[in-house]
Design a protein around this ligand. Structure first.
Ligand code: CO
Length: 211
């Protein structure tokens, strides 16, 4: 095995020792169960690790990550995570966290083919088409890219609100709020995009389900 691989396992042992020296019951306490207040839907990008960015300890964040932090309503993986988080864990906040410089979003701005992933990226292309006027009017390419990252996050937050899972939760009086963030890989700073959805009336009528 190479050095990197061995080092990962060694790092784990070191971390366990460190944690136990701070609190001998650290892991036995965690083993009792989880009650995270937050569901994080983020990009798979290695530079955007959910817990580290918000300095959250184990047990605080329920995490789902995929390429370009997408909420695709036929994605059983995403739906299962969302359903469990909302209906079993009763989490209070869902954050969709995108990031500037996102390769998935960048791919959607261009026409190059990357293979199978083109089919995933196409969901992001649909967002571009929806906001083509605003985006095409931004002359600076970097600025356009940054804005597209933000718009994509906002659309994913709305896509969460459109799910039967979230609308059911609101109907049942659950205190559930959806948010959108954009993370700066080059600054470490999270920008709150101020898209906070907490009830059905914030949705276009087309998507409001009578439950
Ligand atoms: Co990304």
């Amino acid at each position: 095995m190479d050095r990197f691989y061995k080092q990962m396992l060694q790092n784990n042992r070191d971390w366990v020792q460190r944690k136990l020296s701070e609190d001998p019951n650290y892991f036995t306490k965690l083993a009792k169960g989880q009650k995270p207040p937050l569901l994080w839907i983020g990009c798979a990008d290695s530079r955007v690790p959910a817990n580290q960015i918000i300095d959250a300890p184990p047990g605080e964040v329920f995490v789902h990550r995929n390429i370009a932090n997408m909420v695709i309503h036929t994605d059983m993986n995403m739906l299962s995570v969302l359903d469990y988080a909302v209906n079993v864990l009763h989490i209070k906040h869902v954050v969709v966290c995108g990031h500037y410089g996102c390769g998935g979003v960048q791919a959607a701005m261009g026409n190059q083919s990357f293979g199978l992933i083109d089919n995933w990226i196409r969901h992001i292309k649909n967002i571009y088409r929806l906001h083509k006027e605003e985006l095409d009017n931004i002359e600076d390419e970097k600025e356009r890219f940054d804005r597209f990252v933000e718009i994509n996050v906002i659309e994913q937050v709305y896509d969460l609100a459109k799910t039967s899972i979230v609308q059911n939760a609101w109907r049942n009086g659950e205190d559930l709020m959806l948010h959108g963030w954009a993370y700066g890989v080059d600054t470490g700073i999270v920008k709150d995009l101020n898209v906070n959805i907490a009830n059905q009336s914030q949705l276009d009528e087309t998507y409001q389900l009578r439950i």
